[in-house]
Design a protein around this ligand. Structure first.
Ligand code: PGA
Length: 250
């Protein structure tokens, strides 16, 4: 099923694999339009089918990501990109390296900088100098976050240091290895920054996301569900959900 709801595009596909294929099409379209496009991709388990599809296309010679600029969306405060627990490292292993993205074109959130607030502002400024994001592919957190814009985030927020909610810390613990506690703060690209992307694709799969997706798309936009702010962008937003995630939509 495909159609427009409240201005944004909504594509409902049978399963997570089909979601990954549809999201990969959006990435391929951005690259087709501009091989050096600036693209942001999320971490988490939701994007894995998209990554698998993109890596497959690269290996078959159907897609060339080597000139694209890939932007990470968030990172735990104080964690370096080469830390095995870093979101950046996860993204490199799951996608960027197998997809052949040029390491000099991978833009890493500077979460271990001596002055992280200034570094966050620089990350934002550097992205703006590049002309902003051509495409932001985003996952939907169980609490309605996008990147690490947690409940309470306003629609204009920029790249900054944030505190993680207990729910997000619990979610992150599924990926965290070792003795150290999970950092309680992160740097995230802001909702306002993401809203400026020329195209926004929100990918959502699984029945566990059905209620938060309904709230994000069908309740009044609010700080309680930061993903809801993406609807401000109307037709520049496309939501790709599998049937399980879409099962509570009207
Ligand atoms: P998940 O995380 O894909 O692991 O559910 C999504 C998110 O928090 O953005």
């Amino acid at each position: 099923m495909s159609g427009a709801a409240a201005g944004f595009g909504l594509t409902i596909v049978p399963d997570a694999r089909a979601m990954g294929g549809a999201a990969a099409d959006a990435v391929a379209a951005a690259i087709h339009h501009a091989p050096e496009a600036a693209i942001a991709v999320p971490t988490g388990s939701t994007p894995l089918p998209m990554f698998e599809e993109l890596v497959g296309r690269v290996r078959r010679g159907e897609l060339d990501l080597s000139r694209a600029h890939l932007y990470c969306l968030d990172e735990y405060l104080g964690v370096t990109a080469d830390d095995p627990n870093s979101l950046t490292g996860w993204l490199r292993r799951a996608f960027l390296e197998p997809a052949g993205v040029d390491p000099t074109r991978i833009h890493v959130v500077p979460a271990a900088d001596a002055d992280p607030a200034a570094a966050a502002a620089r990350y934002e400024a550097e992205l703006a100098e590049r002309g902003g994001l051509a495409l932001a592919v985003l996952g939907l957190g169980p609490n309605g976050h996008v990147a690490y814009n947690e409940p309470g985030t306003d629609a204009e927020s920029r790249t900054r240091i944030v505190s993680l909610t207990p729910e997000s810390i619990a979610q992150a613990s599924a990926y965290w290895e070792g003795e150290l506690p999970i950092p309680e703060r992160a740097i995230t690209v802001g909702v306002g920054t993401l809203r400026e992307a020329r195209r926004i694709v929100l990918i959502v799969s699984g029945a566990a996301k059905a209620d938060i997706l309904r709230r994000a798309l069908q309740e009044p936009m609010s700080e309680a569900v930061p993903a809801s702010w993406l609807r401000l962008e109307g037709e520049r937003l496309t939501v790709i959900a599998d049937e399980a995630a879409a099962s509570r939509l009207d």
